[in-house]
Design a protein around this ligand. Structure first.
Ligand code: NAP
Length: 342
C-alpha cells in the first residue's frame, strides 16, 4: 500500500499514466470498495461543468440521447467524468454510504453531501445508464458510486435549499470567493464581469459588492440577459457584447476596470478580458474554456501590465460564502433559479 500522504491525494486510484495525480490521469480505478482512508458516496445527481456541457451539446447538435451516451462512455472509459475536449468535469451530490475508519473528512454514513472537488479527479461509477436524464441539462440524475480521498472536500447539503440550487451554487462557489479575495486584497473598486448573468457571474457581482467594490459592470451577450441583469440590481451598469470579440468588449466596457472576472462558458474571452482591465489591475479567469497561451501571450502582445489569476475552484470558506450570497441576495436568486429550473 502507498504512503498515507500519497493515498490522501488519491494516487493509488490512478490506473494510467503512472506517476500523475488523479486530475491528470487518463483512467482512474472507480472500484466501489473503499480503503481505510476513503469515503464512498451513493451518487444522486451530477452537475456537469457549464463549459463541458456546452461542448458536448454543440458536438452532438443538441441530441440529448447522444450527449447521454457520450457522458456514459467517458465515465466508463475514464473512471471519472472529465470531458476530453474541455478537460473539465463538475461535481456531484449524494449520500455518504461508507466511511473508512481512518478517513479524516469527518463525514458520517447517511449524511447528504456535495463533493467540492472536481469530477475530473473523483473515481465514479454509474450504475443506472443515466436512464432518468434526457441529456439536455447540466444537472444529471444518476445512480452509482463516487470515492473521496483523505484530501477531498465535501459539504453537508443545507436543508433550507433545494438540492438543485445547492448543486448549482456549490459548483461555481470558487468564483465569488476569488472575486471577494481580490477586491479585499487589492482594494479594487471597479469590477467587470464577463458572462455576468450566468451562475458564477451573478455570484461574482454580489461578492464584489459585498467586498467593497463600488463600480460594477456586467457584460452579457443578449438583450434578454441584459434585461434580467438590470432587473436583478446586481450591476451598476449593464452592457451587451460578445465576450469573444475583444474590440467589442473594450468598446462596451469603456474605461478599463481594476478587476475583470471571466465567467463565460465559451472559449475566446481572454483578449477581451485583458482589454477590459486597467494597467496594474487583475483578471480572474474562472472560465474553464480559458487557454493559458491566449491569455499570457495576448497580454504580452498588448503590453498589458495585468495580473492574471487562474480561478482556483477552492478557497477556504467558499461554499458558505456562495450559499450565503444566494440566500441573502434576491438578484442572485432571480438569475440562478430559472437556470436551475431549466
Ligand atoms: P453559466 O451559468 O452557463 O454562465 C455562463 C454565461 O456566459 C451565460 O450567461 C452565457 O450566456 C454567457 N456567455 C456565453 N457565451 C458568451 C459570449 N460569447 N459573450 C458573453 N456572454 C456569453 O455558467 P457557470 O456555471 O457560471 O460557469 C461559467 C464558467 O465557469 C464555465 O466556463 C465553467 O466551466 C467554469 N467553472 C469553473 C470552475 C473553477 O473551478 N474554476 C468551476 C465551475 C465552473 P447564455 O446563457 O446566453 O449562453
Amino acid at each position: 500500500m502507498r504512503g498515507a500522504a500519497e493515498r490522501a491525494l488519491g494516487v493509488h486510484r490512478v490506473l494510467e499514466p503512472a506517476g500523475v495525480l488523479p486530475q491528470a490521469a487518463q483512467r482512474l480505478d472507480a472500484d466501489p470498495a473503499i480503503g481505510p482512508d476513503e469515503v464512498r458516496i451513493a451518487v444522486e445527481r451530477l452537475n456537469l461543468d457549464a463549459a463541458s456541457f456546452r461542448q458536448l451539446s454543440e458536438a452532438h447538435a443538441g441530441d440529448g440521447e447522444a450527449v447521454r451516451a457520450a457522458v456514459l462512455e467517458i465515465v466508463r472509459d475514464r473512471g471519472k467524468m472529465q470531458n476530453p475536449v474541455t478537460g473539465s468535469g463538475g461535481m456531484l451530490i449524494g449520500v455518504v454510504d461508507a466511511v473508512g475508519e481512518e478517513s479524516p473528512l469527518g463525514l458520517a454514513a447517511g449524511q447528504r453531501v456535495a463533493t467540492l472537488v472536481s469530477l475530473t479527479l473523483t473515481p465514479l461509477r454509474v450504475t443506472d445508464g443515466l436512464a432518468r436524464w434526457n441529456g439536455r441539462s447540466e444537472q444529471v440524475p444518476a445512480s452509482g458510486t463516487a470515492i473521496l480521498f483523505a484530501r477531498s472536500i465535501a459539504a453537508v447539503l443545507p436543508d433550507d435549499l433545494p438540492d438543485a440550487v445547492s448543486l448549482a451554487v456549490l459548483d461555481v462557489c470558487g468564483a465569488p470567493a476569488a472575486t471577494a479575495r481580490v477586491v479585499e486584497r487589492t482594494g479594487a473598486r471597479s469590477v467587470v464581469v464577463l458572462g455576468a448573468a450566468g451562475k458564477s457571474g451573478c455570484l461574482s457581482l454580489a461578492a464584489a459588492r459585498a467586498a467593497g467594490a463600488t463600480h460594477l459592470t456586467g457584460l452579457v451577450r443578449t438583450e434578454a440577459e441584459a434585461a434580467a441583469l438590470r432587473t436583478s440590481g446586481l450591476a451598476d451598469r449593464v452592457t451587451v457584447a460578445d465576450a469573444t470579440d475583444p474590440l467589442a468588449v473594450a468598446a462596451a466596457v469603456g474605461t478599463p476596470a481594476d478587476l475583470t472576472v471571466v465567467c463565460v462558458d465559451v472559449a475566446g474571452a481572454e483578449h477581451g478580458a485583458v482589454l477590459a482591465t486597467a494597467d496594474g489591475g487583475t483578471v480572474v479567469f474562472f472560465s474553464m474554456a480559458t487557454t493559458f497561451p491566449a491569455a499570457a501571450l495576448g497580454a504580452e502582445g498588448m503590453a498589458a501590465d495585468v495580473t492574471m489569476l487562474v480561478g482556483n475552484g477552492y478557497t477556504p470558506g467558499h461554499a458558505e460564502l456562495a450559499l450565503e450570497l444566494y440566500r441573502s441576495t434576491p438578484g442572485v436568486r432571480a438569475l440562478i433559479d430559472p437556470r436551475v429550473a431549466e
